[in-house]
Design a protein around this ligand. Sequence first.
Ligand SMILES: [Zn+2]
Length: 373
Amino acid sequence: MILRKGYKFRLEPIKTQRNLFFQFAGAGRWVFNRGLAQKKDAWKINKQTISLFAQNKELTLLKNKDETAWLKTIHSQVLQQSLQDLDSAYKNFFRGLKNKENPGFPKFKVKGFKDSFRYPQGVKVEGSLVFLPKIGWIKFRKSREIKGIIKQSTIIREGDNWFVSFNTENEIETPKPILDPEKTVGIDLGLKSFATLAIGKDNHLVTIENPKYLRKKITKLQFLSRQLSKKVKKSKNRYKAIKKLSSFHSHLKNLRLDFFHKQALTIVKSHDIINIEKMNVKGMLKGLKNLSRAINDAAWSMFVNCLKNKAIEYGKTLNEISSLMGSTKHCSKCGHKNDITLKERTYICSFCGQVIDRDLNAAINIKAAGSTV
Ligand SMILES: [Zn+2]
């Protein structure tokens, strides 16, 4: 079994290296935005699609033109990766459409917001030095050992600091514990509580709350994003506000990841079979403001990914239950379908009379659906 893991470390570049980071990120953004504009135009004018192959070919031509010869100073794989990322964004969009998930169309990259670039290969690590092709050896704060082979490396700016994140692959022996059906859990992810768990034969209820510090941070995030929307386009203040929002975003993401890792580890360690609803966020968050929706979308899929990885690592079974089962509306006792609005916290069955917390009802349904997978 191949275990995929991410590592992130703070880089300690010297000034010339920092300048190169900005140049590489800028060039990657330029290639991405140019490619996106081309794709959009081709579709608008001729109803044509431009392939990744064609865009890569054109990139080579650009390097030989005087006005775009500066592209030669950037590592070619970094630029190709930008086009690859664009291609993936397109594919994800169309896959999302097909699955009726209401995906976002690929957006133009904005300077100062999530500045980054990516190497598909060629990055080496020795001690606490990392080698980035065409930039050189850079010191980094190696806070833990890297296990496995580095597959992809991303250089990201967060505030005034730059980080490197490695995606690694590690071939591991899969642990094969005997799965105890009693150690089954059904998980319902929600807005009020972060997660509601129905555990074991007795459907023992456990709720995981959103930590207070995260709730406060989200309020601040909303504030910062309102501030940004008030700034004049292309102004210096707007750039500053973008930078501020972007680094706060990363800060919040790190805090959440930390929270998710801890929760996922506890769940995986204490259960053998984990059933979770396949996210159909569209239906759940209808009517909520865009920003909080985006935050929750991202958070839930991050958490589910965490759970999946840890389940692989510990040899546990994870079932994703299709949301078509309607875990919220069906009575977990008799299966009767009752109508329940998003506001109603208590589920009352008109058929068998069961009165139960709505999230627990959903979690029990998810748990039950998992045993039939
Ligand atoms: Zn019922």
